[in-house]
Design a protein around this ligand. Structure first.
Ligand code: ADP
Ligand code: MG
Length: 258
């Protein structure tokens, strides 16, 4: 197993007047390539802070964060922005779609910053929307879709540039329980098919069950790390070997499965 994220003695301290908050308190762990990893903990435990540190959005107080062997804590803002664009995708609790744009335009947005023609961008975005079951909603704007559909657009956008790692902070926080399961499975299935790594933040232990690894956070510290092994994992092992070249075939298969 190859570690894609390595965290060593990571600490984030916030100072609010006289108060010192150790939001992340000396944590060390590795996340393997292709793993769906869940950061599980109650509100205020430090999950979002940890996710934002790993994604290079927050600056650490102490410790090391290596992604694909690169020490991101040493990068400047410009390097970090480039790094995020190249390697990372994001799914947000509130979807963060652009209201004036169609589903297709929203999904294509991360590709605008890459050297890809408009035609190719639209083609890939359309295939991604089909993969999340929204082939018939390409021209809809966010307000013309349900919450679950909007989050599917958010997922398509997060994956369209084929990032190595996708970060999702409470991605189902605004969804009902049935849609929640569908959305989590969708994120997991796309990631598995393409050997992408997922960092999923939640306070909900039901959601954590879909992960390969559960890191329990309490008061900024790691309480436990649990590796979840189920039969489905074993069956899927050969599939997850599929490389990125097969992305289009694979996403087509997911759309058929849906
Ligand atoms: P979670 O995502 O698990 O709910 P957070 O990572 O958002 O938790 O917060 C962890 C702790 O750090 C909380 O006590 C919170 O109040 C504090 N905190 C988070 N962000 C900031 C900030 N920007 N400034 C000061 N304190 C913060
Ligand atoms: Mg949070």
């Amino acid at each position: 197993m190859e570690a894609i994220i390595q965290v060593k003695n990571l600490t984030k301290i916030y100072r609010m007047g006289d108060e010192v908050i150790r939001a992340v308190d000396d944590v060390s762990f590795d996340i393997n390539k292709g793993e769906v990893c869940c950061l599980l903990g109650s509100s205020g435990s430090g999950k979002s802070t940890l996710l934002n540190l790993l994604a290079g959005i927050e600056r650490r107080t102490k410790g090391e964060i290596l992604i694909e062997g690169k020490p991101i804590h040493k990068m400047n803002e410009k390097q970090l922005a480039k790094f995020r664009q190249k390697y990372l995708g994001f799914v947000f609790q509130s979807y963060n779609l652009i209201g004036s744009m169609t589903a297709l335009e929203n999904v294509a947005l991360p590709l605008v910053f890459k050297r890809i023609s408009k035609k190719a961008r639209d083609k890939r975005s359309a295939s991604m929307l089909k993969a999340v079951g929204l082939g018939n909603r390409m021209k809809h704007k966010p307000k013309e879709m349900s919450g679950g559909q909007q989050q599917r657009v958010g997922i398509a956008r997060a994956f369209v540039a084929k990032p190595d790692i996708v970060f999702a902070d409470e991605p189902t926080g605004n969804l009902d329980s049935k849609t929640t399961k569908e959305v989590i499975k969708l994120i997991r299935d796309i990631a598995r098919e393409n050997n992408q790594t997922i960092i999923l933040v939640t306070h909900d232990s039901e959601i954590a069950k879909y992960a390969d690894r559960i890191i329990r956070i309490f008061d900024g510290k790691i309480q436990s790390i649990e590796v979840v092994k189920n039969e489905e994992d074993l069956n899927n092992e050969s599939v997850s070997e599929n490389s990125k070249e097969n992305f289009d075939n694979v996403t087509d298969r997911i759309s058929i499965a849906n």
